[in-house]
Design a protein around this ligand. Structure first.
Ligand SMILES: C[S@@+](CC[C@H](N)C(=O)[O-])C[C@H]1O[C@@H](n2cnc3c(N)ncnc32)[C@H](O)[C@@H]1O
Length: 211
């Protein structure tokens, strides 16, 4: 193995999971976790559960939680955390583009700051729609494409470098469009810039259901 490949491997397998865990604990993220996660009900699938930072926010209405993420290192961190109310949690080391659950088997799909990173977000959302029961909910808080021309142009400029250092994260995905194109009806949608540099913080948060 080349030295540079070894360094890239170490960065992605060791340093990046720890950086993500640290960065995603910020106050603004916590504010949105508090708003988004308590809406989950019944059998819940979380896409890109990462290091488990949403786990403390699930409530008693959840009967089972599937925490899915392709990163073994992040899931190892997540396993050390527990929801406060004794919900059974099953950790799935898998990709959101191929969800290992039956069709129409979950009541809520949750996605927070994940659709930016999944390589094929459209496919992941079609999979989310497949596993949702009719009448189920997709609860999302994501960052993405900003409406202001100057911010958008910075997003386009920064994206290639950012994607490389941030584990494949894209700054400029049109989250609402992706959700609608996958066959969802968006019922609530809130957009705002969170505190911090604007190309990184334009937020899409809301609820959608299979159309
Ligand atoms: C910025 S982190 C967010 C983690 C977590 N959702 C949170 O709110 O803190 C992006 C997450 O997307 C996950 N991810 C990357 N590719 C994925 C895929 N194909 N399917 C599901 N999750 C994926 C990463 O492993 C990581 O946990």
């Amino acid at each position: 193995m080349q030295k540079s490949e070894h360094r890239a491997g170490l960065y992605e397998r060791w340093l990046l999971p720890r950086l993500l865990d640290l960065v995603m604990r910020n106050k603004e993220a916590i504010r949105y976790r508090r708003k988004t996660i308590p809406g989950a009900r019944g059998r819940v699938l979380e896409l890109g559960a990462g290091s488990g930072l949403n786990l403390p926010f699930y409530g008693r209405e959840v009967t089972r939680l599937y925490a899915l993420d392709p990163s073994e290192a992040l899931l190892r961190m997540a396993r050390k955390k527990r929801p406060p109310v004794g919900i059974p949690v099953e950790f799935l080391e898998a990709s959101a583009e191929a969800i290992p659950l039956e069709s129409r088997s979950v009541d809520t799909v949750v996605s927070t700051w994940t659709l930016c990173t999944v390589p094929d977000a459209a496919k992941a959302l079609r999979e989310a729609r497949r596993v949702l029961k009719p009448g189920g909910w997709l609860l999302f808080t994501e960052h993405g494409h900003a409406p202001d021309a100057s911010v958008e142009s910075w997003q386009r400029r920064l994206n290639p470098l950012w994607r490389r250092i941030a584990g494949g994260c894209n700054l400029d995905r049109r989250i609402d469009r992706l959700i609608r194109d996958a066959g969802f009806e968006v019922l609530d949608l809130e957009n705002e810039y969170l505190k911090g540099p604007r190309p990184f913080t334009y937020t899409y948060s809301g609820r959608a259901r299979p159309a």
